[in-house]
Design a protein around this ligand. Sequence first.
Ligand code: SAM
Length: 273
Amino acid sequence: MSGDVADGRHPSGVDIDRPSAARVYDALLGGSANFAADRALARQMLTAEPHAGRWAQANRAFLRRAVDFLLDEGVRQFVDLGSGLPTVGNVHEIVHAADPDGRVVYVDIDPVAVAHGQSLLAGDDRAAMVQADIRDVNAILADPATQDLIDPDQPVGVLAVAVLHFVADDPARILAGFRSVAAPGSHLVVSHLTTPDEMSAATVGVVAQYNTRTGTPLTFRSRAQVADLFAGWRLLEPGVVPVDAWWPEPGDLEAPGAHPRVPIWAGVGRLPY
Ligand code: SAM
């Protein structure tokens, strides 16, 4: 399975008439791994809130900067929770550009994302795609791909980028599960949708549309609640900030007031040596 899924090929059992979180996000990013229902919802969202695509891109740019930062810190193995569909600037591409021996385990619940990931990574013995619910930490840790690729004695980058807002109950438990087995020097990367009082009315409407249509409701968390997700990790500078303000590179940060603020918080934490 590869390329555009608009030709109708998809893993059996997938309801292509129901938009999915992974594929709508792919459509917002301009990807081709989505179906008509996903594209229709993405179009409706962009009509109601034209900035939604820019926010997806800002989130993706944060992921790239954070992975580069972790590589600079010496992290060479990554677990990407809720990785989504393979898209431009995949984590393993960033990692392998810096170190061909770096290792990446992608985890997603969406069968289309997993099928695409497995196809993309076929023959790559330094990256793998696991189908799992991130709430099942033990299953992810016990998966043969994780066992093969992740050395528990070396620092790991745990990436939870734009995924914990899909977890209504106790995301801290998930993160504690990974923290409890992470070596000193490991890092946690989080981005997370903010609360409705921090969003424009248009964005609140778009989120409501998304909740109803995908069946995977979003849970809002405030900046303080996102900061709490770093319990047990040392939150690094600049703390929890809007996703485009986390160590922006030229072009990443828009002029203040130019657009509504990106309604996504972001931060990185480290387990001290
Ligand atoms: N992390 C990528 C990024 O930031 O570019 C993709 C984010 S996308 C908005 C969210 C992804 O999380 C989707 O691919 C969705 O399938 C996945 N997801 C949502 N809930 C999940 C769960 N409980 N377990 C695993 N993956 C989940």
